[in-house]
Design a protein around this ligand. Structure first.
Ligand code: ADP
Ligand code: MG
Length: 257
């Protein structure tokens, strides 16, 4: 039975998609069966997995609205070792169109239930908002992974995210919890990065992952080749860090399940 993690932060450009795609690739290399769910209308995880978002017959949008089943939307990523439910801008309409649907916050959960026993992990790449789409991710997940840049405004908005997770835990999904904060795009020469990083450790203790993802241009170049950074340049510092993170998540699972 798959453990479901969503990668969330309502800020854009903080490394959610990069983390989701590379964690998928990293866990797959560790022999885990992975399904990646692209829940962002920008479709960056779809493109970053080598799938043309403009050429989809069906996407996660149809799944959420009950127009297609998961099976017929599933695709194999370009690297051929994880599955993906792709997304494109059609998904932006789902927010509005789901308003009249019953149990609208549970649509993703119900869809994933049908394939959950086939995977070890399902990773959901969330959009940059605490929206109905993100709520669907929270209702289906066992845990939230929060990528953060260690910069001055990093903590701003974090309490909204934490409160939303608490609310969902209390009212909609007892399984949900914050697994941890992942420091990404880290610049170890910058005093500010180090300072914010220390603050995070002080406040969140062991809910800050040990692995730190450095700023690394190879990770940023990879999506334009339709590849996770781990496959694009396996020896790069960014790829190595995400491999370590995948290992850390596997160990987390051993301890927590
Ligand atoms: P989000 O999904 O939160 O919007 P992305 O993962 O798309 O964020 O990252 C935002 C931008 O930063 C992208 O251009 C991505 O390639 C780049 N990026 C992400 N992580 C790193 C990193 N560790 N080093 C360098 N660039 C990165
Ligand atoms: Mg993204």
């Amino acid at each position: 039975m798959a453990t479901i993690f969503c990668i969330a932060n309502q800020k854009g450009g903080v490394g959610k998609t990069t983390t989701t795609v590379n964690l998928a690739a990293g866990l797959a290399r560790l022999k885990q069966k992975i399904l990646l769910v692209d829940l962002d209308p920008q479709g960056n995880a779809t493109m970053g997995s080598g799938i043309q978002k403009t050429a989809l017959d069906a996407s996660i949008y149809e799944v959420l609205l009950g127009l297609s089943d998961v099976e017929s939307v599933l695709q194999r990523a370009s690297t051929d070792y994880y599955d993906i439910l792709p997304a494109n801008r059609e998904l932006a309409g789902a927010e509005v169109e789901m308003v009249d649907i019953e149990r609208r916050e549970k649509r993703l959960k119900e869809a994933l239930d049908s394939v959950r026993n086939r995977y070890d992990f399902i990773l959901v790449d969330c959009p940059p908002a605490l929206s109905l789409l993100t709520l669907n991710a929270f209702c289906s997940a066992d845990g939230v992974i929060i990528p953060m840049q260690c910069e001055y405004y990093a903590l701003e908005g974090l309490s909204d995210l934490v409160n939303t997770v608490k609310h969902v835990h209390a009212n909609l999904n007892r399984n949900l919890r914050i697994i941890g904060l992942l420091r990404v795009m880290f610049d170890k020469r910058a005093t500010l990065s180090q300072h914010v990083s220390d603050q995070l450790e002080k406040h969140f203790g062991d809910r800050v992952f040990k692995t730190i993802i450095p700023r690394n241009v190879r990770l940023a170049e990879a999506p334009s080749y339709g590849l996770p950074g781990i496959d694009f340049d396996p020896s790069s510092r960014g790829a190595q860090a995400y491999l370590n993170f995948a290992q850390e998540m596997l160990e987390w699972l051993k301890v927590n399940h």
